[in-house]
Unconditional design. Structure first.
Length: 63
C-alpha cells in the first residue's frame, strides 16, 4: 500500500490586520494561534489554501 503524502503547516504570523479570506484559510487549515502545527493530507485544496497564506505559515511536504 502506497504511503499518503502529507503537508506539515506551522503558523508563524498573526492574521490581525489581514483580509478576511486569509483568516478563513487559516481556520480551514486548523490554525488560529502562532506556532500551532497541523499535519494534513496533501491534496490540491489544502495546498491552495496554504498558498493563499504562504506569508503567514511555513510548510513542508512529507512523504
Amino acid at each position: 500500500m502506497a504511503k499518503q503524502k502529507t503537508i506539515k503547516v506551522v503558523q508563524i504570523a498573526s492574521p490581525i490586520g489581514r483580509q478576511g479570506y486569509q483568516k478563513k484559510c487559516l481556520v480551514g487549515l486548523g490554525l488560529n494561534k502562532i506556532n500551532r502545527v497541523k499535519i494534513l493530507p496533501f491534496n490540491a485544496s489544502i495546498f491552495g489554501m496554504v498558498k493563499k497564506v504562504k506569508h503567514l505559515v511555513k510548510y513542508e511536504i512529507q512523504e
